[in-house]
Write a protein that binds this ligand. Structure first.
Ligand code: 0X9
Ligand code: ZN
Length: 508
């Protein structure tokens, strides 16, 4: 028996390409199509499939890692004829699309029970701002190619000069859960502010910028015409926005062919959408962290994407990636692998996070959201909230990383009943008024509206305030009142926007 060479004829595949049938409603249909997973696709086969215009859903040329591709019955027969082994991931693509859309009506009630249009996302941003105008405002990055607004939301508690965190979604049109996840994060940062102590503290310490839809033209096209559209709408063929950034632009894992799903465009930043996001990052040089959300595969991709070479900060990124994966796993037991994108996924040149890291020295990660291929891009609506919940946990870990908690420390001399002793606060902002609190009760959480901070104390008593000196030291005189009550007291100091550690000390 002779073994056929595993080389697919590009001509055969192109000839077999069946133009998708356009229904009366102008929504493309995928009757008879399937998504198959080729377990060990070679880099060469992937290039051939891409050149033949096949719709590669996720590509992993590393031996042993799977490649998912959407095929017509004819294309599947061509794979069979070439002896290429595969497993069927989605039996009936049209049925999956129909199930995702339900009866075409939005489910009433919770906003996160269904995928939302650009207009609905925009209106919800306004609703969130209206809930908390003290910490939230709308941001506008400018227009897309077809003149749609690229909008977002800024969320931060009182105070200035904070590290900023940019979270964006939907460079790729068909990755719908990558719109809903940034929106879920925005929703929770606002609704849990002054409710959840960790979120309160992080919103006080970090300036969050959330831009859910970088590619509104492609997203609307995916919603109304072709569910599996990926790129922007340049010339009808489209440019892959995540191949249009300047770091590594033109390298491998991108294509100069307009019909390729990874077409890089004519030059770095040839597209208005990438220009808008780049200009926004340039206008906010305090951006220290950036997550670019995509789907699917459940991956936390650290730099670099354009090369397998490890970045100078690899150890830091790897530790952070691991902590994020753990935090995500703790929520719903979902596994997200982490590692450098160019190593654990595939080389992709001209991506957004490589630019934020390479050109702006921010921590630039890509997160591939749910799932691992059962539904792929057509993730059931019931998974929107769980995906948001687990990724909020990952985002909080990255936020902690750029804004380490507690820059102030509080110390006390030995305290005696009825006797004056000193309490000192270090590392306070020079010239700022520092407030000193104490309580007799164990750790809890109490929000102090005037300062915008959450203390780790139950029923705190304001003990006094001092102006920090040039070295950041503030000294308070304390006299524990009487001998009754607790033998220990809890002490904490605070300035606008931040607090010290909680000191638990005994009264002698
Ligand atoms: O190819 C992309 O742009 C991203 N994957 S997706 O399936 N959502 O299109 C991943 C880019 C991140 N980096 C690397 N692949 N190295
Ligand atoms: Zn993507």
């Amino acid at each position: 028996m002779t073994r056929r060479p595993r080389l697919l004829s590009v001509a055969a595949l192109v000839a077999l390409q069946a133009p998708a049938f356009i229904a009366a409603a102008q929504m493309m249909r995928y009757d008879g199509q399937q998504v198959v997973r080729i377990p060990d696709a070679s880099a060469r086969l992937i290039t051939q499939l891409d050149a033949a215009g096949l719709d590669i859903w996720t590509h992993r040329p590393t031996p042993g890692l799977p490649l998912d591709v959407r095929v017509t019955p004819q294309q599947k027969a061509a794979l069979d004829a070439e002896g290429i082994a595969y497993e069927i991931m989605i039996e009936d693509v049209q049925a999956a699309v129909d199930a995702e859309r339900g009866d075409g009506q939005n489910i009433a009630g919770d906003w996160f029970s269904d995928y939302r249009s650009t207009a609905e996302v925009s209106a919800y941003i306004d609703q969130l701002v209206a809930l908390r105008p003290d910490i939230a405002s709308r941001i506008e990055l400018g227009d897309s190619l077809q003149g749609r607004d690229i909008s977002g939301i800024r969320i931060s508690g009182p105070g200035n000069d904070k590290p900023a965190f940019l979270i964006n979604g939907c460079q790729h049109a068909r990755e719908w859960v990558a719109v809903m996840t940034p929106m879920y994060i925005a929703d929770q940062l606002i609704r849990q502010y002054q409710v959840d102590p960790e979120i309160t503290s992080l919103v006080n310490r970090v300036e969050f910028f959330i831009v859910p839809i970088v590619n509104p033209d492609g997203y609307e096209y995916s919603r109304t015409s072709d569910r599996f559209w990926r790129k922007n709408r340049r010339g009808g063929y489209g440019v892959d926005l995540n191949r249009n950034w300047s770091v590594g632009w033109g390298g491998s894992g991108s294509s100069g062919n307009q019909n390729s799903e990874i077409y890089r465009g004519t030059a770095p930043f040839s597209e208005p959408e990438t220009q808008r996001l780049r200009d926004f990052i340039d206008a906010n040089p305090n951006i220290d962290a950036h997550i670019d959300f995509h789907s699917y595969s459940q991956l936390i991709l650290q730099p670099w994407s354009y090369t397998e070479t490890l970045p100078p900060d690899h150890a830091e990124f790897n530790a952070l990636g691991s902590d994020m994966a753990d935090a995500i796993h703790d929520v719903h037991n979902e596994v997200y692998e982490h590692g450098p994108g160019g190593r654990i996924l595939y080389i992709a040149s001209g991506t957004a996070p490589d630019w934020s890291y390479g050109e702006r020295d921010a921590i630039g990660f890509t997160i591939e959201l749910r799932d691992t291929g059962q539904y792929g891009f057509v993730l059931p609506r019931s998974q929107i909230v769980p995906t948001g919940e687990e990724n909020l946990a990952g985002v909080l870990v990255m936020a902690e990383h750029i804004a380490p908690d507690i820059f102030m420390t509080v110390e006390a001399d030995a305290l005696f009943w009825g006797q004056v002793s000193d309490v000192r606060t270090f590392n306070a902002p020079p010239g700022e008024e520092v407030f000193f609190y104490w309580t007799r009760f164990g750790e809890g959480s109490t929000f102090i509206p005037g300062l915008g901070v959450t203390l780790g104390l139950d029923s705190p008593v304001l003990g006094g305030s001092e102006i920090a000196d040039a070295s950041g030291l503030a000294t308070f005189s304390v006299r524990p009142p009487n001998r009754r009550g607790a033998l220990v007291i809890w002490i904490q100091s605070a300035v606008a926007g931040d607090t010290s550690n909680v000191l638990v000390t005994q009264i002698n």
